[in-house]
Design a protein around this ligand. Structure first.
Ligand SMILES: C[S@@+](CC[C@H](N)C(=O)[O-])C[C@H]1O[C@@H](n2cnc3c(N)ncnc32)[C@H](O)[C@@H]1O
Length: 228
């Protein structure tokens, strides 16, 4: 039986985690989201503590979608059904729009992921894209080292991802993913020069097991600090 993909089932734990993290004092002027996709839900909590947010992605299509939403252009995605649980959604939407200062091309497989743009070192990075972006575990370890250079010393990385994912579907199109085991995030972050401050793992919600948009077995959410 095919089930309709419910985005809220996947987004909720991420949203709750981001909310806890950003409300627990992860503050700083500049926050960069790495691999934003066309989505904006991740900015609802972040805009409480960061005055300036930079959204990034690898694909031009995703960057265009974000620009469309930012500029309220015709055909922009309507996020209200997905984020209806956010208090005072309409006010928040405007706040997020004001906070997002730039939408930039990014490639985490490059030593300088935002090249040719050079930004001041940021207080924080958020990311949910590594399993989609990295073809091998080594590429993923390298990407974490490259991302570290975007952070100021002592800055924080809020990283989320999934375990054992081999594919995910977007709009009927199948994308490959790098299956990460449960040890990987901790080992790879330590090797890349981060100190893990908080790590939560969530088993896949039972109600999503029949949903065939992806084969992940669980999700992880962590906060790590640049270790110098
Ligand atoms: C699973 S989606 C996650 C999107 C969004 N962060 C979210 O939370 O829903 C993975 C994203 O990684 C982006 N991506 C793929 N390869 C990348 C790369 N080499 N560098 C940066 N982002 C990449 C994709 O375009 C996609 O938007």
């Amino acid at each position: 039986m095919k089930r309709k993909h419910n985005p809220v089932a996947r987004i909720s734990p991420i949203k709750i985690f981001c909310h806890q993290i950003f409300l627990s004092g992860l503050e700083g002027k500049l926050l960069i989201d790495i691999g934003s996709g066309p989505t904006i839900y991740q900015f609802f909590s972040a805009c409480e503590s960061s005055q300036e947010i930079i959204a990034t992605d690898y694909t031009d299509k995703n960057l265009q979608e974000l620009e469309k939403w930012l500029k309220k252009m015709p055909g922009a995605f309507n996020w209200s059904p997905v984020v209806k649980y956010v208090d005072k959604w309409a006010e928040k939407e405007e706040r997020v729009r004001r906070a997002i200062r730039r939408v930039l091309k990014c490639d985490v497989l490059k030593e300088r992921p935002l090249e040719p743009v050079v930004l001041p070192a940021s207080a924080g990075l958020i990311s949910l894209c590594l399993e989609a972006a990295c073809p091998t575990p080594q590429a993923c370890r390298d990407a974490l080292r490259y991302l570290r250079t975007l952070l100021r010393p002592g800055g924080h990385l809020v990283l989320s991802g999934s375990f054992e994912t081999t594919f995910f579907m977007v709009g009927g199109k199948r994308f490959p993913a790098l299956p990460l085991n449960e040890k990987f995030p901790r080992e790879a972050l330590q090797e890349a020069g981060f100190i893990i401050k908080k790590l939560e793992k969530v088993a896949r919600a039972a109600e999503t097991h029949l949903d065939n948009h992806s084969d992940y077995t669980g999700l992880f959410f962590l906060v790590a600090q640049r270790g110098d």
